[in-house]
Design a protein around this ligand. Structure first.
Ligand SMILES: Nc1ncnc2c1ncn2[C@@H]1O[C@H](COP(=O)(O)OP(=O)(O)O)[C@@H](O)[C@H]1O
Ligand SMILES: [Mg+2]
Length: 143
C-alpha cells in the first residue's frame, strides 16, 4: 500500500488509521532518512493506544507508552548490532505489546517474517511517500 502525505498532520492521521489494525505482539519496522517522518507517524499510532507523549528515545533506545496495549518505541540510530538490543531486554518486550522500531533496517535479519514495514521517502519539502508492507487490514481492534 502506498500513501502520499503533504504535511505532518496527514502523516499523523495515517498513523492513527494504521493503528486500528495493530494487535499485541505486532512488530513494525520504520525505515526512512533523518527527518522523513518516522517519529511523526509513530505519534499517530501511539495516540490510538495511549495518552503518553511520544518523544524520540535516541539516548535511552526504548520508550514505553502505557495504555490498553503497551507500545514500545525503539530508536536504533545509535545502535550497531542486535546484541545491544538483546542486552537491554529485547526478549522481554516482544509479545508484551506493540513494538515500533525506527531504523529497523539495522536489525532486519533478526526480525520475524511477520514484521510490518513502513518505508518513508521524502519527495518534496513537505511531501512524503509512505509505503506499508505486510499490514493485514482485517478486523479493527477496539481502542
Ligand atoms: N508530510 C510530512 N510527514 C511527516 N513529517 C513531515 C511532513 N512534512 C514535513 N514534515 C516534517 O518533517 C519532520 C519529520 O521529523 P521526524 O518525524 O522526527 O522524522 P524522523 O523520525 O524520521 O527523523 C518534522 O519536522 C515534520 O514537521
Ligand atoms: Mg525519529
Amino acid at each position: 500500500m502506498i500513501f502520499y502525505t503533504k504535511n505532518s498532520r496527514e502523516t499523523i492521521k495515517l498513523g492513527k488509521k494504521i493503528a486500528n489494525y495493530l494487535k499485541k505482539g505486532d512488530i513494525i519496522g520504520l525505515v526512512g532518512e533523518l527527518g522523513s517522518g518516522k517519529t511523526t507517524i509513530i505519534k499517530g499510532i501511539v495516540k490510538h493506544f495511549s495518552e503518553c507523549e511520544v518523544s524520540s528515545p535516541s539516548f535511552v533506545i526504548v520508550n514505553e507508552y502505557e495504555g490498553k496495549i503497551p507500545v514500545f518505541h525503539f530508536d536504533l540510530y545509535r545502535i550497531e548490532n542486535f546484541d545491544e538490543i538483546v542486552d537491554i531486554g529485547w526478549n522481554d518486550y516482544i509479545d508484551k505489546g506493540i513494538i515500533l522500531i525506527e531504523w529497523a533496517e539495522k536489525i532486519k535479519k533478526n526480525l520475524p517474517k511477520k514484521t510490518i514495514w513502513i518505508k518513508i521517502n521524502i519527495i518534496g519539502k513537505n511531501k512524503r511517500k509512505i509505503e506499508i508492507e505486510n499490514l493485514k487490514m482485517g478486523e479493527k481492534n477496539d481502542k
